[in-house]
Design a protein around this ligand. Structure first.
Ligand SMILES: *Cc1c(COP(=O)(O)O)cnc(C)c1O
Length: 370
């Protein structure tokens, strides 16, 4: 927490706005819209109960229904894919490319062609900025536009990242953010749906508040959801917006600390921006450890050594096409995502790590690699 969150929460108590609406909700939405909007291109924001809820509503807004197919990056957190199944649709998973670890444009295009040939054009593409690293925005957008398939940009991990100077969270037909406890800023739990099209956010708010028609009584013509953000959580969000930039700077400093640490270590490769178009918030600092080049040291060797010192680290997301729950989903691509999972480790990356904390991590890393 930055400090000012509590004053926004206190304000909610003082004014008795203890509900999933109120001044903090509209204030947080406008803070986010101001942050994301660039000259001439205003963004609209609907604050919701989670990033997962935002993805679910995005699919509904794009008309995804029972029996439809939706393309999704395989290398991601399960929340990117689960809402496809909530809609009774089929996820079609796509491999990563090695530069950004995100959607491989070649596999993406092959999948679209093949699904069309098999009789169903995918209704949407869920593209993820993994660990804050922007996906190949130009290339993925070009393919999506060519086949006229909307992109749902999963920017849950990438608030504060940019591609060619433009903020992540503004590239999709619809974009989503998450403010879960582990994200770059948090409202304890929460999310947002972002669009340049105000009818999207208006409809999202309507669906998120039980789809009440305009009438003095309770009247419903559509199935609704209870997905709105609470005015208490939004108060935390307003305070967090004041520290977003400093959180990004601190996460990036963690990244540069590890980058320097592993600079001369054979077989260890830090997850880096591939060129100046990419600016990652480095939500998590990640490394790939190739045992063939490290005399047999694996990501598990390092993870267990850290665990012994009571320091948590974690393998990368296990790709969705390798998850038992998605065995019946098609997959397009090769073994990039699978190899990333095999070699990859997320290192301690919190925004409040002290230099003492980082030195403890460094000691373990030295003991493993020297
Ligand atoms: C966290 C996360 C989500 C889900 O957000 P919640 O707010 O936890 O529901 C979706 N996609 C990705 C890539 C995430 O990391």
């Amino acid at each position: 927490m930055g400090g000012n969150e509590i004053s926004f929460v206190n304000k909610a108590f003082e004014t008795n706005w203890i509900a999933p609406l109120g001044p903090n909700v509209s204030g947080f939405e406008s803070d986010l819209a101001t942050y994301l909007s660039s000259a001439g291109e205003p963004c609209h924001v609907a604050a919701l109960s989670s990033g997962t809820a935002a993805l679910h509503l995005a699919l509904i807004l794009l008309g995804v229904k029972q029996g439809d197919e939706v393309i999704c990056q395989s290398m991601t957190f399960s929340a990117s894919a689960n809402p496809i199944v909530y809609q009774g649709a089929l996820p079609v998973f796509i491999d990563s490319e090695p530069e950004t670890w995100n959607l491989c444009p070649i596999a993406l295009e092959a999948a679209i062609k093949d699904r069309i040939k098999k009789g169903k054009k995918p209704k949407a593409i869920i593209a993820v900025h993994l660990y804050g690293m922007p996906y190949q925005v130009d290339e993925v957008t070009r393919i999506a536009n060519y086949y006229e398939i909307p992109i749902i940009e999963d920017s849950a991990e990438a608030l504060g990242s940019t591609y060619k100077g433009k903020k992540c969270g503004t590239f999709g037909t619809i974009s989503i953010l998450s403010f879960n406890g582990n994200k770059i800023i948090t409202t304890s739990g929460g999310g947002a749906l972002v669009s340049k099209n105000k009818s999207h956010t208006d409809k999202a708010v309507f669906l998120a508040t039980q789809a009440r028609d305009q009438a003095p009584h309770y009247q419903h013509s559509e199935i609704g959801y209870n997905y709105r953000m609470s005015n208490i959580c939004a108060g935390i969000g307003r305070g967090q917006m004041q520290v977003l930039d400093s959180h990004v700077q601190r996460r990036r400093q963690n990244h540069f600390f590890y980058k320097q640490l592993f600079d001369k270590t054979n077989g260890v490769c830090i997850f880096n921006e591939s060129n100046e178009h990419y600016y990652s918030n480095h939500w998590l600092s990640c490394v790939l450890i190739e045992p063939k080049k490290t005399n047999g040291i694996t990501r598990e060797t390092l993870r267990l050594a850290l665990e012994k010192e009571n320091i948590e680290s974690r393998p990368l997301w296990k790709p969705m096409h390798l998850q038992p729950v998605f065995v019946n989903s098609p997959f397009y691509g090769g073994e990039i995502a699978e190899t990333l999972f095999e070699y990859g480790l997320c290192l301690p990356s919190a925004s409040n790590l002290t230099s003492e904390d980082l030195n403890r991590v460094q000691d373990v890393i030295f003991s493993v690699f020297n």
